[in-house]
Write a protein that binds this ligand. Structure first.
Ligand code: ADE
Ligand code: ZN
Length: 328
């Protein structure tokens, strides 16, 4: 096992919620800066609270934590801290999710959120040579009407983001509920992606493909329960942005050694490795790669294939994809 070589591979990260990169230390700092009381006495107490039983038990803390984000500077600092971690982990390109409704619902303006994130991403390109795209996620536990309002608010800032996604509580909120907002976004030339098959059944993956017409599936690990779906994903080279640490923390798999990512890789599914919400799930992208090497005996060849897939599955230009893939 050649961990150092694996860690040094150039990679793209395609499934990262910027609000999920809010480390307890920064949460404390921003709470103080903004005069917000936290229900924790110390960062250790926060770490201790991060024991989840399922997706919802995580989301409850994640949305509460995001309450410390108030100003454009806060969103800038959050994004900049993540980009610095990218540099350490040899992430050369990242496609970042943000959840505007988490902030607009509590009175923070859409512009405040996107300006802060965008400015940090522009600095990341200039000062750290990390390219990026931004993807606006709709919260599926809120009605489609709220997503439509959010899209209308976002369209004047269209040059700042490349696509739209769908996240939050999955079970009981099938993709079909968001068909119209996705159609409207596609008409505006935004690239659609969606979380599906994390906790939800394979049927949700079918709906994301057929009704939302997504270019990637986020998570998608439950696809293995449906043979015809697996054949389709392989045939269409439909990427899955898989998040191993997240799946273990949220009890989708009991342990990393039970994870199906390498099984899917070996079947030629275009799977990629991602950190999802690294501040909550115990590590950034290289920690996930390292975990796969240690717990699933991932080889260097498999790691290279995963890194290659990350560029293939990205929304970079064909020339940029080729440039990175040729290095692997
Ligand atoms: N929002 C942040 N992380 C998420 C996840 N793993 N699933 C659904 N929504 C999310
Ligand atoms: Zn996610």
């Amino acid at each position: 096992m050649d961990l150092k070589t694996i860690e040094a591979l150039p990679k793209a990260e395609l499934h990262l919620h910027i609000e999920g990169s809010l480390e307890p230390e920064m949460m404390f700092g921003l709470a103080e800066r903004n005069g917000i009381a936290l229900p924790y006495a110390s960062t250790q107490e926060i770490h201790k609270a991060y024991e989840f039983t399922n997706l919802q038990s995580f989301l409850d803390l994640y949305y509460a934590g995001a309450g410390v984000l108030q100003t454009s500077q806060d969103f800038y600092d959050l994004t900049w801290a993540y980009l610095k971690r990218c540099k350490e982990d040899h992430v050369v390109h990242t496609e970042i999710f943000f959840d505007p409704q988490t902030h607009t619902e509590r009175g923070v303006a859409f512009e405040t959120v996107i300006e802060g994130i965008h400015t940090a991403l522009a600095d990341g390109k200039e000062k750290l040579s990390i390219s990026s795209h931004l993807i606006l996620c709709f919260l599926r536990h809120l009605p489609e009407k709220s997503a439509l309002k959010t899209l209308d608010e976002a369209l004047p800032y269209k040059e700042y983001f490349i696509g739209i996604g769908l996240d939050s509580s999955e079970a009981g909120f099938p993709p079909e509920m968001f068909e119209r907002v996705f159609a409207k976004a596609r008409k505006a030339d935004l690239i659609p992606v969606a979380h599906a098959g994390e906790e939800g059944p394979p049927e949700y993956i079918h709906q994301a493909l057929d009704l939302l017409k997504v270019a990637r599936i986020d998570h998608g690990v439950r696809a293995v329960e449906d043979k015809a779906l697996m054949e389709r994903l392989i045939r269409e080279r439909m990427p899955l942005t898989v998040c191993p640490f997240s799946n273990v923390k949220l009890k989708v798999f009991e342990s990393l050694s039970d994870h199906n990512i390498l099984e899917m890789l070996n079947q030629d599914v275009c799977v990629t490795v991602n950190s999802d919400d690294p501040a909550y799930f115990g590590g950034y992208i290289n920690a996930n790669f390292k975990g796969l090497a240690q717990e699933l005996s991932m080889t260097l060849e498999q790691a290279k294939k995963l890194a290659k897939n990350s560029f293939e599955a990205s929304f970079l230009s064909e020339a940029q994809k080729r440039k990175w893939m040729e290095m692997l």
